[in-house]
Design a protein around this ligand. Structure first.
Ligand code: FE2
Length: 379
């Protein structure tokens, strides 16, 4: 019999209590698993541990669970492998629950949509995890989607009746924003499923496109970018300061040479100087910035600007770009039009009005995006 060596055990991450709790939250509050669900877990090589933990939790509850390997971005055989699993499952399942766990990508959207196109929208549910791993489970899923919905609803209600915003943070962010709510749509990522739509985790964000934006952003929390970035993305000790004029970055600075070099590379790409996203994180489970390039960091309660890729149609935004550079600040306050009382982003009250069903519940990297959602296939 084979025995475990220290070399082998180093590759096996320990499953701790907080991670396990996050997985239970995933099943109870996000997937809302029910008797009769048949669960398929598709995962990329870098998410093997995460997939195994979720499978363990599913099997412990008595669910039939199938594992499906996939390669990120390009995997010619994935369609047929998934189709085979779906065909097997649909004969016995009341509902198919498909989890897709990836780390740096969100792949095969078109394949999944095509396969489920003939399904009743209540006969399946797809939950896509990006940056899947311990931190996602521990911190990204500790908030209930109902609470994220109520926080997002408050921000949406305030923004959608406003024209001018003034946004300030303690560390020097000072932005003047003009909204155009009849032209630009809002995104609200809150972990709540809608028939036929994917749930993207981590959740907790409201975003739109600013008609005009001017001022200074001091990003003192983290960078999140849809490019491969292996550096430490935390900005607490090395904030990035960006000057913005008429919706475009005109200058940026940071004391960290590596971060500057990376931003130089990013901002040399065409149209990355446009502010493509005005985002507000609402996930109170994100207590500190994680070291790795992760969507968790832009879910922190606070303000972030996404440069380059936007969340609108190219016609509405007036340009196109497949690189998205989020620069995130923690906390901050928003003043709406001439109201004297600001909304404190670290203490947003829960709305008592249900979240609008008309707002897209997606990310910039949505289930409506093409396979090349992450810009990683660009030459
Ligand atoms: Fe965002």
């Amino acid at each position: 019999m084979e025995t475990y060596t220290s070399e082998m055990t180093e590759k096996v991450e320990e499953l701790d209590n907080l991670t396990w709790q996050g997985i239970q939250s995933l099943l109870d509050h996000y997937a809302i698993v029910e008797d009769g669900d048949h669960i398929i877990i598709a995962y990329t090589p870098d998410c093997r541990n995460a997939a195994a933990w979720v499978a363990l939790a599913c099997e412990e509850r008595g669910f039939q669970t199938r594992m499906l390997f996939m390669m990120p971005l390009r995997d010619k055989g994935f369609h047929d492998r998934l189709q085979t699993e779906i065909n097997l499952s649909k004969k016995i399942a009341k509902r198919i629950m498909l989890f897709m766990f990836e780390n740096e990508t969100m792949s095969h959207n078109v394949v999944v949509k095509k396969i489920f196109a003939s399904f009743d929208s209540n006969a399946y549910k797809v939950i896509r995890g990006i940056n899947t791993g311990k931190n996602l489970f521990k911190y990204g899923l500790s908030e209930h989607p109902d609470d994220l919905s109520a926080l997002n609803a408050t921000i949406l209600e305030r923004c959608k009746t406003a024209t001018q915003l003034r946004i300030k943070t303690e560390n020097g962010t000072d932005l003047k924003v003009q909204l155009n709510n009849s032209k630009f749509k809002y995104m609200s990522n809150r972990g709540v499923g809608r028939p036929g739509k994917f749930i993207v985790i981590p959740s907790g964000e409201v975003a739109t496109f600013p008609e005009t934006i001017n001022g200074t952003l001091v990003a003192d929390f983290a960078i999140n970018v849809n490019m491969i970035l292996r550096e430490d993305v935390r900005l607490e000790y090395n904030p990035v300061t960006v000057e913005i004029k008429n919706g475009k970055m005109v200058s940026y600075s940071c004391q960290d040479e590596k971060i500057c070099a990376f931003l130089d590379k990013c901002f040399s790409i065409e149209n990355t100087d446009f502010v493509g996203e005005l985002g507000f994180g609402t996930n109170r489970g994100v207590l500190f910035a994680v070291r790795e390039n992760s969507h968790l960091n832009e879910r922190v309660p606070g303000v972030h600007l996404g440069f380059g890729q936007h969340n609108q149609t190219p016609e509405a935004a007036g340009y196109d770009c497949d690189i998205h550079i989020d620069l995130c600040a923690i906390g901050g306050k928003i003043w709406f039009d001439d109201q004297t009382e600001p909304l404190d982003l670290s203490q947003v009250p829960y709305s008592t009005i249900p979240h609008s069903e008309l707002v897209n519940c997606q990310d910039v990297f949505s289930d409506d995006a093409e396979d090349d959602c992450c810009g990683l296939l660009r030459d």
